[in-house]
Design a protein around this ligand. Structure first.
Ligand code: SAM
Length: 220
């Protein structure tokens, strides 16, 4: 894959800057994330190669918009299936010094990328290189927010995140065009208070915000 045209990258960065209002220090941290991604993407398929030219809007700004939907006093944030750090590392950059972010990623190479990149960005995170099922509700017993992008259907996400959601965490799940359908399916098993928020980076996408999860029937 040839390197991204610097002009294309600069235009995309400017578009993201218009969407993400953060300090210069936070922007520099996000820049470290993009540099690391460029470096590691050569040897690992961290994000879909055709999204690399728009990494600032498709991945960085897309993750950053979640922070506005979180409680103001968020202290613990858990991101499931973090992949290359979206949205988890972006959130960690925006909330540095305010909240602790747990990144749960079962792929060991991606987990190594997350650790190295967090160090380069200067953000304190905990990377769990295991399946989410092994930490949610046990190693990480409580959280204020749980997020996951492109990990699973809403029904599966609610099941996975249930121990955290039932004890008061807010769920923030970026979803595509099928968000309503996924919610209808999830509502067969779960009673939830849900709100849909338009994505600022993709007109076809929505962020599903979940609170107050209750089980309707046995999900065992
Ligand atoms: C499609 S990628 C999405 C990555 C990232 N959230 C994003 O949107 O760019 C899904 C990621 O979840 C990880 N994964 C899949 N199942 C998992 C599980 N049960 N627990 C933790 N990570 C998981 C995969 O290794 C992969 O990196």
């Amino acid at each position: 894959m040839p390197p991204v045209d610097p002009k294309v990258r600069a235009a995309d960065r400017a578009n993201a800057q218009a969407l993400v209002d953060v300090s210069r220090e936070t922007w520099a941290r996000l820049g470290q994330l993009v540099s690391m991604l460029d470096r590691w993407q050569g040897t690992m398929n961290l994000v879909a190669p055709n999204t690399l030219a728009e990494v600032w809007t498709r991945h960085v700004a897309d993750g950053a918009q979640l922070v506005a939907l979180a409680p103001k006093d968020v202290k613990v944030w858990v991101d499931l299936g973090s992949g290359a750090g979206f949205p988890g590392l972006v959130v960690a950059a925006l909330l540095a010094g305010k909240a602790h972010v747990h990144l749960v990623e079962s792929n060991l190479k991606k987990a190594a990328f997350l650790r190295e990149t967090a160090r380069a960005m200067g953000v304190a995170v905990t990377v769990h290189a295991v399946r989410a099922e092994a930490v949610v509700g046990s190693v990480v017993p409580q959280a204020d927010v749980v997020s996951a992008r492109a990990l699973a259907s809403l029904t599966e996400l609610l099941t996975l995140a249930a121990p955290l959601l039932k004890s008061g965490a807010i769920g923030l799940f970026p979803k595509g065009e099928k968000a309503e359908l996924e919610l209808t399916q999830a509502s067969e098993s779960w009673k939830v208070k849900t709100s849909f928020h338009p994505s600022r980076t993709d007109p076809a996408a929505r962020i599903v915000r979940i609170e107050g999860l209750q089980e309707l029937r046995s999900n065992a």
